[in-house]
Design a protein around this ligand. Structure first.
Ligand SMILES: Nc1nc2c(c(=O)[nH]1)N[C@H]1C(S)=C(S)[C@@H](COP(=O)(O)OP(=O)(O)OC[C@H]3O[C@@H](n4cnc5c(=O)[nH]c(N)nc54)[C@H](O)[C@@H]3O)O[C@H]1N2
Ligand SMILES: Nc1nc2c(c(=O)[nH]1)N[C@H]1C(S)=C(S)[C@@H](COP(=O)(O)OP(=O)(O)OC[C@H]3O[C@@H](n4cnc5c(=O)[nH]c(N)nc54)[C@H](O)[C@@H]3O)O[C@H]1N2
Ligand SMILES: [Mo]
Length: 752
């Protein structure tokens, strides 16, 4: 614990705080003095560190304990739990791993374990889990993210890399000084800028947007929600139908081409395959002209607005920004590819303040000018098991072992999973069609979860290993996405019998005879110092000098100064595409990709295209509404949903849903009323909020409410009981939460 002459500090994905402790208990989290716009999310942890939602000892599901692995999997979520000692837990887990390995092989262990866990470079739950499993022969893993799987797979074909460009987004200072028109597909909602993965020191998204606005940049908010660009900016609001952005982008491209506003010289020098796309735009390919009128019909907006926007883009210094949310829709590859094609036609890619941006809507770090330092992480070792799934194909995998699936040009087979292990993620939050997932979840013989709170993941596991929160262990917040490095102090002792994830794996490793391999003889403190020392060398290579460990610990935090010149995405490629080619087959922007075309996927051909989503307003019954389940303003995903900050926004214990007054009137429901959102997949309760800041026919309910099933109804308001579990396409197989139709009716019973 802290013996230094400074206050205790902690860091989280939502910011840095000082921790107040009295009598060994955390009493409050205070904003960090360097943060101009601190997030209110942090203090939400204080009242739930202890209490009935905290898991304080290892727990085993009763039927599993009595009958052994595979007993009554359908009782997961309903069965009782029996407390066991840590020694017993180590033995049960270790022996079960040995059995599964022996009888089925390591690929029968699924530990994709997708999720955000907590900030902290060493105690990163997923890294610890994977390192441990690699010490015993490996596991089936998952690829890509729920955030933007479709982009992660399609954009490398088009621009050579996706994540590389993400980290190099043009910075706000460059936008403020050079941009005239900022066209934001999915907006730039400030609620999301509270977050940066791995911890952050200062929230700068708001000041970035404000400075651009004050410098005269005009924002266009293309979204079903007006609030996706902050009030007071005078943004134009184009409230299109959800999941139709690809059509709008294609329609805009046609307007540019039709009116000769495109930059043919840039297309000639920096891209390949524009002629093939032009044949699609003009209808030579399929007989359909992708005109403004065509797009208007699909998007539910006026053709004149589309044409007007295209003309502005052709005339002004323009930034085209696409929200990651646009990948989380059916055919989610297309909005990103079509945005790249449109930006190439506008011809400003690689110029200061303009061109193209991915996810200014998404996190604090996008558009932040900072050094990119490759800080050290806990080495995960080598996983000899080749099996994987695209991250969102979990239910398919559990339902259909041995079946084949397509992914990025190759056909693979789903492994037969016997044991599932999650540490640091919550599939009962992040996955779609949760009732279907819950049924598939009954199949594996054993499910293990490392968790600190009794959320749906813990409740649906067989063996629950209680872990600490960052306030109960020492660590370093050190993210390549943020300039602040923060000492995360241990503020209090572990609650109950909770242990650090590392300590949990170490105990199991000891039982299995691989402790030395897992720890390499280092204590957590020694590992952290190792991470610091290696990172210092990495920073030096970037010309950044970090202090030694003791100096850092004394100070509690340091800030790496920002680079002096603004960052401009793809600047070198722009300047000289021959000397600085992209990592695509042609070295250029691939508006047509021979590689993708060669896969022969009907749902992802060789150039951007429009395809009707599986669910959307264009094919909806009169009483169906499109549901947007976007990121919650008052928490990160499901984390701290049970805490005071999140609960305060839910006075009746049910998640709010936003509806247009016309839609509420048509259903005879009023503000504050509890309603039932439902479709063939399930239902959830929600509390009505009425606003004309949402497109009629669309409702919005944030993700994050803990799944609380009563039959197929979530009484708490988790929208993932309604969302569709289907891949974006055979290319990326990403999740499509945002393409979802529901009906709404007054609920007969109020929840108790
Ligand atoms: N409908 C809909 N669904 C979505 C989305 C959407 O927009 N709409 N968004 C998707 C996106 S982008 C994402 S990234 C996912 C997010 O999905 P997740 O990342 O899975 O969600 P979290 O709630 O952050 O889950 C993190 C879990 O880790 C636990 N945890 C925290 N610290 C520790 C620790 O130190 N050790 C261990 N063992 N556990 C810890 C927390 O209690 C929590 O249960 O959701 C996806 N799902
Ligand atoms: N407070 C908070 N911030 C977060 C998170 C959180 O849980 N809480 N999660 C973080 C994570 S993991 C991620 S990946 C990012 C995600 O960042 P985003 O993907 O940008 O986040 P979303 O809130 O899902 O979507 C942004 C907006 O897109 C709009 N939108 C939805 N569908 C459509 C559509 O079809 N077309 C158009 N044009 N707009 C649409 C919605 O109105 C929504 O408000 O956010 C991060 N930031
Ligand atoms: Mo995400």
């Amino acid at each position: 614990m802290n013996t230094r002459d400074r206050s205790l500090m902690t860091s989280s994905h939502w910011g840095t705080y000082h921790v107040d402790v009295e009598d060994g208990r955390v009493t409050g989290l205070r904003a960090f003095e360097e943060d101009p716009d601190p997030s209110p999310i942090g203090p939400g942890i204080v009242d739930v560190l202890e209490g009935e939602t905290r898991i304080t000892q290892p727990m085993v599901r009763k039927s599993w304990l009595d009958g052994g692995p595979g007993t009554d999997g359908h009782l997961r979520g309903a069965d009782e739990f029996v407390p066991v000692s840590w020694d017993e837990a180590h033995r049960l887990v270790g022996d079960e791993l040995d059995r599964v390995k022996r009888e089925f092989g390591n690929q029968a262990i699924f530990a994709g374990s997708y999720g955000w866990a907590s900030a902290g470079r060493f105690h990163h739950a997923q890294s610890q889990l994977k390192r441990f499993l690699n010490c015993i022969g490996g596991f089936t893993r998952s690829k890509n993210t729920y955030s933007f799987a479709a982009a992660e797979v399609v954009v490398p074909h088009v621009l050579g890399t996706f994540r590389g460009h993400l980290d190099r987004s043009t910075s706000w200072d460059s936008i403020a000084s050079e941009c005239e028109l900022f066209v934001a597909f999915g907006g730039v909602p400030l609620k999301n800028g509270q977050i940066s993965q791995g911890g952050l020191g200062a929230h700068v998204q708001k000041s970035g947007v404000q400075a651009a606005h004050e410098a005269g940049v005009r924002f266009v908010n293309i979204s079903p929600l007006r609030s996706d660009v902050m009030d007071g900016m005078g943004a134009d609001w184009i409230a299109l139908r959800p999941s139709t952005d690809a059509a709008l982008l294609i329609g805009l491209a046609h307007c540019l081409l039709d009116e000769g506003l495109h930059d043919q010289a840039f297309l000639d020098s920096h891209t390949t395959g524009f002629d093939r796309y032009a044949a699609y735009l003009t209808g030579v390919e399929d007989g359909i002209v992708k005109s403004a009128e065509w797009a208007a019909e699909i998007c539910g907006i006026e053709a004149a607005r589309i044409r007007d926007l295209a003309r502005q883009m052709g005339a002004k210094r323009t930034m085209i920004s696409v929200a990651w949310a646009l990948t989380r829709q059916d055919h989610g590859e297309q909005p990103f590819w079509a945005a790249i094609a449109l930006a190439a036609m506008v011809g400003q890619i690689g110029l200061p303040g303009t061109g193209l941006g991915f996810g200014y809507s998404a996190m604090n770090n996008i558009g932040m000018n900072r050094h990119l330092i490759n800080y050290a992480e806990v080495p995960q070792g080598h996983n000899p098991v080749p099996d994987f799934i695209p991250v969102a194909r979990i239910t398919d995998m559990l339902e259909r072992p041995g079946d084949s699936f397509d992914y990025d040009g190759t056909a693979y087979t789903y492994p037969d999973i016997r044991l599932v292990w999650w540490a640091g993620g919550n599939p009962f939050h992040h996955h779609q069609d949760l009732n279907r997932m819950r049924r598939a979840w009954a199949k594996p013989e054993t499910i293990i979860a490392n968790e600190w709170c009794w959320n749906a993941l813990a409740l649906h596991a067989d063996i629950v290993l209680p872990c600490t929160t960052p306030l109960e262990r020492a660590d370093i917040a050190m993210s390549p996405k943020d300039p602040y490095l923060v000492a995360m102090d241990q503020a209090v002792s572990p609650v109950g019998d909770a242990r650090d994830d590392h300590e949990i794996f170490k105990g199991i490793a000891r039982h299995m005879g691989v402790e030395e391999r897992f720890t390499e003889g280092r204590s957590p403190a020694e590992w952290q110092r190792w991470i610091w020392d290696v990172s210092r060398q990495q920073a030096a290579q970037e010309g950044v000098s970090l202090p030694d460990w003791d100096t850092f610990q004394e100070a509690g935090w340091i800030r790496v100064p920002a680079p002096e010149t603004p960052r401009v995405l793809m600047q070198e490629f722009r300047a000289d595409p021959v000397a600085h080619p992209l990592a695509t087959p042609s070295g250029r922007i691939e508006i047509f990709s021979e590689t993708i075309a060669s896969f022969g996927y009907d749902d992802c051909p060789g150039h951007p295209f429009w395809a009707e989503p599986a669910e959307w307003l264009g094919e909806a019954a009169g009483d169906e509404l499109h549901m947007i389940s976007n990121q919650p303003r008052n928490k990160l995903h499901s984390q701290l949903d049970h805490g005071a900050v999140s609960r305060a926004d839910r006075p009746q214990g049910v998640e709010p849903v936003m509806m247009h007054p016309d839609d509420a009137a048509a259903r005879g429901v009023e503000a504050g009323q509890i309603v039932r959102l439902f479709n063939a997949r399930g239902a959830c309760l929600a509390q009505v909020q009425i606003s004309d800041e949402i497109r009629p026919g669309v409702i919005q309910i944030a993700t994050g409410a803990w799944y609380r099933p009563d039959g197929d109804t979530c009484t708490h308001g988790n929208p993932n009981v309604l969302t569709l579990d289907k891949g974006t396409s055979r290319l990326a197989q990403g999740p499509i939460a945002h393409s979802c139709l529901v009906r709404v009716e007054a609920a007969e019973d109020m929840p108790t």
